[in-house]
Write a protein that binds this ligand. Sequence first.
Ligand code: OAD
Length: 257
Amino acid sequence: MTETVEVPRALVQVAQRAHRVVVLTGAGMSAESGLATFRDPENGLWQRFSPQHLASAEGWEDDPELVWAWYLWRFERAHDVRPNAGHVAIAQWGERVDLSVVTQNVDNLHERAGTSGVVHLHGSISAFRCSACAQPSAETPDLPAAPVQRLAPPRCARCDGLIRPGVVWFGETLPEQAWADAVARVSEADLVLVVGTSGIVYPAAGLPAIARSEGAAVVEINPVPTDISDLADLTWRETAARALPTLVDAVHGGGSP
Ligand code: OAD
């Protein structure tokens, strides 16, 4: 028997009234697609390493070959998985209301589900650039035939520097334009849905507070309490792929736009 998901009535009401919606997503958004969050224990090849260290400027300086192999593995994983029902529901909702997605995820699953104009606070796993001269690299890197734990990053055609993933690491600043867009969108929103983030990595984790101070209702969708729960107007202890389709259906009744 399938367990039914019930949307909190107060959420349906606030969502029905909202003209501008922002969905702020973190790693939990993609968990039901099969991508591990940053706080999940890693399996297999990477279990000895901390994702926090591998995803840091320091980690890259210590050992670029290790970090490059980890990102190629994540790049491959992100391409192998599919958007889940939550990503699809957000894309469908975006056809009916003024909706923006602001994400900390680098997996591009929102775009693959059909959402355009996604604000990427932490870059993209499919973008690469030179670590020395910042020249974007158009080439998709060669993937190893079998998973490996170390791999020499390719070299920049212009300056021979090491090619690195086009993501934001701990210890680096966010892309200025993406941050400005994120602040503008949450400031103009009536409703900010915070989905699948632990709310501990700043500055992204500060966006719900900015939204509240500018008058938006803040709603959290996450199976467990987080650092954002206390400031949220409403929390819904559900998973992204279960909650979002039910919510969009309750708000718009399942018909065409
Ligand atoms: P985290 O891994 O810190 O948190 C994931 C959150 O998703 C947790 O609060 C989980 O409870 C929740 N979660 C798990 N499964 C879920 C599901 N099915 N539906 C909804 N929620 C679920 O990920 P982020 O908050 O995104 O930054 O992490 C923020 C940043 O820290 C990342 O962008 C990355 C990371 O280190 C950089 O790499 C710079």
